[in-house]
Unconditional design. Structure first.
Length: 288
């Protein structure tokens, strides 16, 4: 009977775990829908900002903006890593960390000095354990990132780039393709891409007010901040998608484990009952 009681305890434990994972799956599904809406809203805005810059910028104007400075050699760069604050999302954070380590190796292999900036407790914890020097660690960004969060992360980096202290800025984030596809990606934030790289599209005549110079002066910093904001919302959506998938797999696995444990428990109980019947029959036969 000790074996049966042990199995019954394991069954109750797995049932409780399945309730938790199913609840977390439902919560992640609910958050995922809102996160997808934020991604859908951010993408067209970012694309149109890039299109405006591509159409307005000329080689003459490009030389006047520090954010467009194309260094001959990247001597010093910054890498901004975006991870989650919580786990239970499968390989989500592991893939982002792996992408960052690969980028760091590549940059350092080319003789570039790299400073690391991280948003998210999982990335901060890993790289601190590895002994990396983290220039800026932020762990208070929620799963509903705002433009203010992006501004807080990138403003200092823009100032460093404009002053010549940095030659390039990269952001590593999770690209949201679908709930099942959230690969890590690396985006070069600075310097801002030149017009021929961004693509001008069809030529359109504009009447500009104020001048193209003044518009670009305002829109270039906005474009960089929006790049970080878009990376934040995509990473937030990817996290919920990865967590939903992980919790669904855990719930399914718990169900399969319950079936196996229940079958084992029933066999043990059947064997115990059969043994009791045999003992009763044997005792009755001995009394005759």
């Amino acid at each position: 009977m000790a074996r049966a009681r042990e199995l019954k305890g394991r069954i109750r434990s797995v049932q409780n775990t399945r309730k938790i994972t199913r609840t977390m799956e439902m919560v992640a599904t609910s958050k995922l829908k809102r996160a997808q809406d934020r991604v859908a809203a951010a993408r067209p805005y970012a694309e149109q900002l890039g299109a405006v810059i591509a159409r307005l910028l000329t080689p003459e104007l490009a030389a006047r903006y520090p954010l467009l400075r194309q260094p001959e050699q990247v001597r010093r760069a910054a890498v901004l890593l975006l991870t989650s604050n919580r786990g239970l999302a499968g390989a989500f954070n592991v893939n982002l960390i792996r992408e960052t380590r690969s980028l760091l190796r590549d940059l350092r292999g080319r003789g570039t000095e790299v400073e690391l900036h991280i948003a998210g407790k999982k990335g901060i914890g890993f790289f601190r354990f590895q002994g990396e020097n983290i220039r800026n660690a932020v762990s208070d960004i929620s799963d509903r990132p705002t433009a203010a969060d992006a501004e807080r992360l990138v403003n200092t980096l823009m100032e460093q780039f404009e002053s010549g202290e940095l030659d390039a800025v990269y952001v590593v984030y999770a690209q949201f393709r679908s709930a099942l596809s959230t690969p890590p990606a690396t985006l070069q934030l600075l310097p801002v891409r030149a017009p021929d790289e961004a693509g001008r599209g069809g030529e359109v005549d504009y009447i500009l007010e104020p001048s193209a110079d003044e518009i670009l002066n305002r829109i270039l910093p906005l474009y960089v901040r929006n790049g970080v904001y878009r990376a934040l919302v995509e990473t937030a959506a990817a996290e919920q998608g990865a967590r939903r998938t992980a919790m669904k797999n855990a719930t399914d696995n718990a169900g399969e484990m319950l079936q196996s444990l229940t079958r084992t428990y029933n066999r043990v109980r059947q064997a115990a009952i059969t043994q009791e019947i045999a003992e009763i029959v044997g005792g009755a036969a001995a009394l005759e």
